[in-house]
Design a protein around this ligand. Sequence first.
Ligand code: AMP
Length: 273
Amino acid sequence: MQRRALELKRAGRTIGLVPTMGFLHEGHLSLLRLARARCDVLVVSIFVNPSQFGPAEDLDAYPRDFQQDEKLCAQEGVDMIFHPEAGTMYSDDASVWIDEELLSRGLCGASRPGHFRGVCTVVAKLFNLVQPDLAVFGEKDAQQLRIIERMVRDLNFPVEIIRGPIVREPDGLAMSSRNKYLSATQRNDALCLQRALGRTRELVQKGVVDTAVLRQAMVELINEVPEACIDYIEFIDDESLAPDEIIKDRTLVAVAVKFGTTRLIDNAILNVH
Ligand code: AMP
């Protein structure tokens, strides 16, 4: 992959990268389209990265369908799929890792220790292997996106990061490969995320800016679903990811809720004007 990428760069071609864990859906495809329009050579990586999964998490169960992914990539004009084996990506005695130390502390970083260390390390490796001029990441994983942007800034990666908006199912559920784990009942229960974010938006529009009040309204809506177990609901500054007590322009509200063993995340940007 690296040899091919360096040849392409020497020939003056621009490379766009969309990193994924496969089992592609419309959310991924929207990122491919954003990248496709901005580069000569579009590379998609499909790699279920072991180092970002905790020991009790769903690494083995994570859905995979490479044939279908290949078809979708062909339809979207992808030039190369980078689909390495875990053993190729990591030496048994790998001992260098990238740890982002500030933005990773809360939210998913608190619930999933070591997760962002795995994400940052694999993304840095992908950047070195694929040599992209630009890479597209989804707003769905809001914390991840900001951590990657910080890594690129702080370690001077010559890569432009492009943000892709959240793509949702017609009923509002954010698309995710993990939605496949949901039973029909849980799939329906999961709509409470969207209801809770929608309610917060409404309240903010009506002038409610105290995040404790907004949080409580969200907790009540989500707790109407007996099976929903809240991991976190956070109102944070869009850049520093520090808690916001009062809503201001571009306060990010981020939620993680478990339905059975499936943990779903969603988020929205709130504006006071
Ligand atoms: P994953 O395969 O889940 O690791 O996701 C790969 C990329 O797709 C990440 O940048 C995600 O943020 C992005 N992504 C996943 N779901 C969505 C979605 N519903 N809308 C937009 N981007 C998404």
